[in-house]
Ligand binder design. Sequence first.
Ligand SMILES: C[S@@+](CC[C@H](N)C(=O)[O-])C[C@H]1O[C@@H](n2cnc3c(N)ncnc32)[C@H](O)[C@@H]1O
Length: 347
Amino acid sequence: MEERDPKSIRTQSFPMSGGDGTHSYARNSSVQRGGIFNTMERIRDAVVATLDTRKHFKKVVRIADFGCSIGPNTDSVKNILDAVKIKYQQENNMNNPEDLEFHVFFNDQPDNDFNTLFKTLPKNENCFAAGVPGSFYGRVFPRNSLHIRHTSYTLHWLSRVPGENIGEPNSEAHKEQFKKDMENFLEARSEELVPGGLMIVLGLCFSDGVPYAQTLKGFVKEIFLGCLIDIAESGVISEEKARSFEIPKYFPYFREMKEAIERNRSFSVEMIEEIEKPFEDGSISHDLIVSMYRGLYHGFMAEHFGQGLVDELFDRFSKKLTEFPLDDFVKTTNDRECVIVLKRNAL
Ligand SMILES: C[S@@+](CC[C@H](N)C(=O)[O-])C[C@H]1O[C@@H](n2cnc3c(N)ncnc32)[C@H](O)[C@@H]1O
């Protein structure tokens, strides 16, 4: 599960659940899809306002989606294509930009299920797709080669489990790792983008000052870990194995995300906004939470613990969740998202 990227940064890989079956990410990512749809208009407007189609490309636009995973969330790429076409039409006084072609690169870790991604990609005549495996914490494209790059719901995945803080989410070590990872991410992207090129980030964050335990993520994680420990106590796995299960994530506060972005001098900040995290139908349900966790973690939990245990874990998790009235979750839905648009400065 480890690989070396071109800058020799060791990264761990935790692919989403592959395929298109019941527990796949493709069929359990409605929360992420809801967030993408909610921000589409903002992102389209920002691209139209900031992209200069006369200066930066001729007839081929090169776009990359970093941490693309699989499934319907690639709609965000189509949104960017539409925005580029609008701007190109405006700046070149034409009705139909038929001569514009797109080269779209889908990046993720090599063990992402690229086969399912490419089988399910919608057909688009002027758009040519390619897969680019590798960790986005290092360079995955040649210098000066991309016009627009996009990423959604990826930057809270750290490059590795930091330090000795096993089982302590959002600890100081996680925070330090996030800072280092963001530096590497921005540095690599600044080299890959052409001057004037855009970088679009849709990410998870917390409102400044809200303790982790009072967020939906903190609340649900406690319940999830409780179920794992219950299973360990029944003797199916050792408590050590249960406690050593760690996912390298850090959910930054909005201020931390902003600081990380501003530390890198290669970009100008065109937009950085904190927005409420929406759920697809404006509400939340127990089933939605279970399905979201299953889409994210089923695959590599099955690898860590075995398929039988994962089924048992999610059964317990689902039952335990229903002990908490939905109001408890609604009270903690102060999780936020950030939408960021950066422009690569001239060299
Ligand atoms: C929650 S999914 C988001 C997928 C998609 N962008 C979306 O909005 O639904 C996070 C994705 O980021 C990928 N990822 C995490 N760390 C990565 C890294 N260092 N390099 C490339 N991809 C990474 C994971 O493999 C996973 O597919």
